[in-house]
Design a protein around this ligand. Structure first.
Ligand code: CO
Length: 177
């Protein structure tokens, strides 16, 4: 296994639409293992194949320790509710933003054994699923996020600041211009 290079915003590969995987070859299995190792090394909660320069529809997600999902050809089949929270991306290092995502999503995908799976996730898992699947269509969270600075992130994460307060503040500031 190997830690792969994560490409950064500005690289045109991040804006391309990835191709479906029609056969789970040894090469795909090795890529999945390398993506998991790369995600662990970078301390991320998810990684999509295009972020390591491979334009194929596969993501790895780990929002809970020791619970790693490899999703091949994933598709969201249901969305419900709304959440507004902080997001970051390994391809946009050092940046953070507040995004709106569904509170709960259901995703259908194929696992590495070729089995069809369905998973329903809420909160952080729902955000991660949406974020990683967007990568497969060339979308980055920064396209729709309200970008915030690191102090805001710390207040949200460690002092329970409601992300909405920051949004109100940022939007209020923009109104005055
Ligand atoms: Co990302």
């Amino acid at each position: 296994m190997a830690v792969l290079n994560i490409i950064k915003v500005g690289d045109p590969a991040l804006r391309k639409i990835s191709r479906p995987i029609d056969k789970i070859t040894d090469r795909i299995k090795l890529l999945a293992a390398d993506m998991i190792e790369t995600m662990h090394e970078a301390e991320g909660a998810g990684l999509a194949a295009p972020q390591v320069g491979v334009l194929r529809r596969m993501v790895v997600i780990e929002t809970e320790e020791e619970l790693t999902y490899v999703m091949i050809n994933p598709e969201i089949t249901e969305r419900s509710g709304r959440q507004r929270n902080v997001e970051g991306c390994l391809s946009v290092p050092g940046e953070w933003g507040i995004t709106d995502r569904p509170e709960t999503v259901t995703v259908r995908y194929t696992n590495l054994d070729g089995e069809e799976q369905t998973l329903t996730g809420s909160e952080l898992l729902a955000r991660a699923i949406c974020h990683e699947l967007d990568h497969l269509d060339g979308k980055l969270y920064i396209d729709d996020a309200i970008m915030i600075d690191e102090d805001d992130v710390k207040e949200i994460m460690y002092e329970d600041l409601d992300p909405q307060e920051i949004v109100d503040y940022v939007e209020g500031g923009e109104d005055e211009q």
